[in-house]
Design a protein around this ligand. Sequence first.
Ligand SMILES: Nc1ncnc2c1ncn2[C@@H]1O[C@H](COP(=O)(O)OP(=O)(O)OP(=O)(O)O)[C@@H](O)[C@H]1O
Ligand SMILES: [Mg+2]
Length: 1059
Amino acid sequence: MSSLFNLGKVQWNCSYFVCLQRAVFGLMIVRLVMESALTARDRVGVQDFVLLENYNSEAAFIENLRRRFRENLIYTYIGSVLVSVNPYKELEIYSKQQMERYRGVSFYEISPHIYALSDNTYRAMRTERKDQCILISGESGAGKTEASKKILLYYAVTCPTNDHMAILGDRLLQSNPVLEAFGNAKTLRNDNSSRFGKYMDVQFDFRGTPVGGHILNYLLEKSRVVHQNHGERNFHIFYQLLDGGDDDLLITLDLERNPQNYRYLVKGNCPRVSSISDKNNWKVVMKALPVIGFTEEEVQKLLNIIASVLHLGNTQFGEGEEGDTYITTETQTSNLAKLLGVDGSALREALTHKKLTAKGEEMISPLNYEQAVSARDALAKAVYGRTFTWLVEKINQSLALKEEIYHSSKDSSVIGLLDIYGFEVLQQNSFEQFCINYCNEKLQQLFIELTLRSEQEEYETEGIAWETVQYFDNKIICDLIEEKHKGIISILDEECLRPGETCDVSFLEKLEDTVGSHPHFITHKLANGKTRRVVSREEFRLLHYAGEVNYNVNGFLDKNNDLLNRNLKEVMCQSDNQILSHCFRREEVIDQKRPEMAATQFKNSLMKLMEILMSKEPSYVRCIKPNDAKQPGRFDEVLVRHQVKYLGLMENLRVRRAGFAYRRRFEAFLQRYKPLCPETWPNWHGRLVDGVSTLVNHLGYKAEEYKLGRSKIFIRFPKTLFTTEDALEAKKPEIALTLQTSWRGYRERAKYQRIRRAVIVIQSGWRGMKARRRAKRRRQAAELIRRFIKGFIYRHEEYCPENEYFLDHVRYSFLKNLRQNLPKSVLDKSWPTPPPSLVEASEHLRRLHMRNMVIKYCRRVQPEWKKQMMQKVVASEIFKDQKDSYPLSVGRLFLDSRLEREQINLKVIQTLGSDKVQYGVSVIKYDRRGFKPRPRQLLLTNTFAVLVDRTKIKQRIDYAALRGISVGSLSDGMFVLHMPTEDNKQKGDAVLHCSHVIEVVTKLAMMANKTSYVNINPGSIRFTVARGKEGIIDFIRGSELKVAKGKRGHLLVVSQRLF
Ligand SMILES: Nc1ncnc2c1ncn2[C@@H]1O[C@H](COP(=O)(O)OP(=O)(O)OP(=O)(O)O)[C@@H](O)[C@H]1O
Ligand SMILES: [Mg+2]
């Protein structure tokens, strides 16, 4: 496995920072990125220790930590390892906005942060599809648990999720307060110290959504249940219950609120802690329990157990006379039995007696006082310890939402979080500290394995010669503790199992015998004078990688045995509390095989943990505690130096810096810096190593400044890289311009192509549509023409499909045309010629139209006009086509009279009497003989007409006697009124001339009702002169009207030629 150096450069006047993308342990690619996102404050000191000028100096290292700590910059990198200093105060750096800032951003682009590490691990998991783990180490109170909570929160907030998975996220987060309540306690070092080790797997599906979780717990410090050092407390849950539980609950559990009343809570003499609100935390826990799937009944049972432990602590014994023991707190025990769900007398019996099996026979023997006390405490520890394990199982059930996926899915990946107790050195160190520190040795070994060694191995793999950096390999200490048969744990087990009298001191002696010569092991007996003073007779000292620790052997055997009397186990098996019956299995009592010793169990679980961790890609958070007083802003240099030392941070840094400050895979290096060399820009086509070689030659690297490995270039000094980076920076505007130009060109081309394609699509669409329309129109037209022609051919046939269109069309056209050209007046005789098929209809229409016009016309006609018309009709009947002057008369209206009333002599009127003059006109009368013209008035009454010479009526013509009226056919105004010859009173026919001849004759004929008596004579008119004589009037056409006596005594009338 390989790891890469990460280097950067802080320049106060320059805004960039050389950095390497996460590349811990092989395969990952390093990237250099600008540090533009960093603020000036972020740049206090160096944010990556690799950049320290004086990287060998511990003082410089600590000074950098201090400077940053003073500015509340608690995070600093050593390459990809995150160093975190506990600020002991709330910092404004964990908000949602901060999470967003770090999301998807490269490791070094912004200031170091736990979120950067979390995000990087998450992305590495997703991109490389490899399980990851984050190992959080540091001493008690350094901030491991807080860090793990921040990581969990980051995933819960930033990872993609859905409703279902949001529940899981909630459970993951809510499991923390529950586990902390039951597994954390106030110690001298930490008010919220985790008294168990925790490894939590968060499982993600292929989309990166958290889908499940699983917790492994390690060695709960059970001894705390029965004993606490001064200033320390029991597990939080006891105090939370007493402080937060409501009165009813406490009554049910038979508890009192004051913790001082419980012997298991008074040992440390520290019932309250100012930084902890037990009441609030109780509420949090009670809220969290249902979230992680606890039923009300389960919560009740759980509280029963917690209460029973307190009652157990208050169970007191008295000593009988024969050395036997009895319980002095009877009522308390009854309540205790109730809470435990067991039979009271059986419990009492089991607390004061032990069951032995000798030679197949069961014997019961009483316990002495000490034995009874220790049996009671063992029961309390067992009950609490096993309940805790049950709690973890229960949480696991709730987190394992997708159990089947968790075990089988190939697409899911895991991020493991290890928050395990830190290295611990107390005044009195016992079995627990031994286990805890052994665990830390193992973790350090893993760290060495995965970082320091792999770093050096990389040089080997790449074939780079370099000087090995010495670091302390703690394998020797691990072996001292865990080696089979020879290790401390094996010896302890052996001592526990050995028949005969064994005790803690005999164990110490055995140790001296077996590992006495080990360089990391010292006892009082083995020590030289100076050391002897600090190692008591009951202690052995181990020289851990992190420092020297004295362990007091008292209680080692018991704690390793972790024995619970068989009869107590039997009682517990029968509990009707489901949690307890689950924790104490009947098989355990029946099974004769001895269970594994505690230390061995712990060793084995650690082995498994190492396997788990080794199978994953690790990231490290190294937590440092700045002071022992839990105070913000205080930086205790001695304390920090000690931690820097035992966390191996200097070694870590030295290894990173010792060989080559920077390395990068050829392709990545070439990719970044190729613009700096004309031969490699824009692309290098040869072998990568040649490309890199050409590039560095062009850049003027000296031989001692760099080395080319098999797949990577190694650069010795950060300065070389910074110079290269400066050159790249200077080159950037040029590259940017080139990129800009090509990009713009590309973009515009693409845009143009897009538009062009779109235009073509629209164009072809439009053209297609147009063509289709045209084709359709043509088709329709052709069809029309075809039908038209066919129709034309068949036009004379009966109406049939062949000619229907044509005929319809012809009809339609005719009717349409007709509509526009209908005659407007009754005189207009025009009418469009109909097609053959419409002749009849046309005729009907014509008649209808005419009738309609006539009706309309008639409706409009006034009586006057009617009279006029009637006269005109009569005139037409008489004269039409008979007389030349007739057409001229048609347009001239007939007047009611041509004489004004005044023009008629009054005497004449009087003579006429009652016969009213209906019409009067001036005429010329020609004498019958000489044809002398004489002016006369012709007056018509209803029954006769008179010829008047001024005052005298010259002739009366009764209509009844009127024989006829003759008129010439030419244009003259001559007319003759034929009188009967036998009437002597008459002087013969009257020969008259009137310029209104047609009007006069018409009116006269109408009044006399003798229209048929009118004769129109062409050529001449014969008339009677008195007494049978006849006269003739000849008509000829001439240039002007003339009436004169002709040659043969005829009256010659020359009529003006009209046409
Ligand atoms: N990032 C932080 N911001 C603010 N306070 C912190 C931070 N980290 C730790 N602390 C404070 O330090 C205390 C101890 O931290 P934490 O419990 O995480 O230590 P630990 O390393 O888990 O110790 P132990 O090994 O005893 O469990 C916390 O209760 C909290 O008050
Ligand atoms: Mg902790």
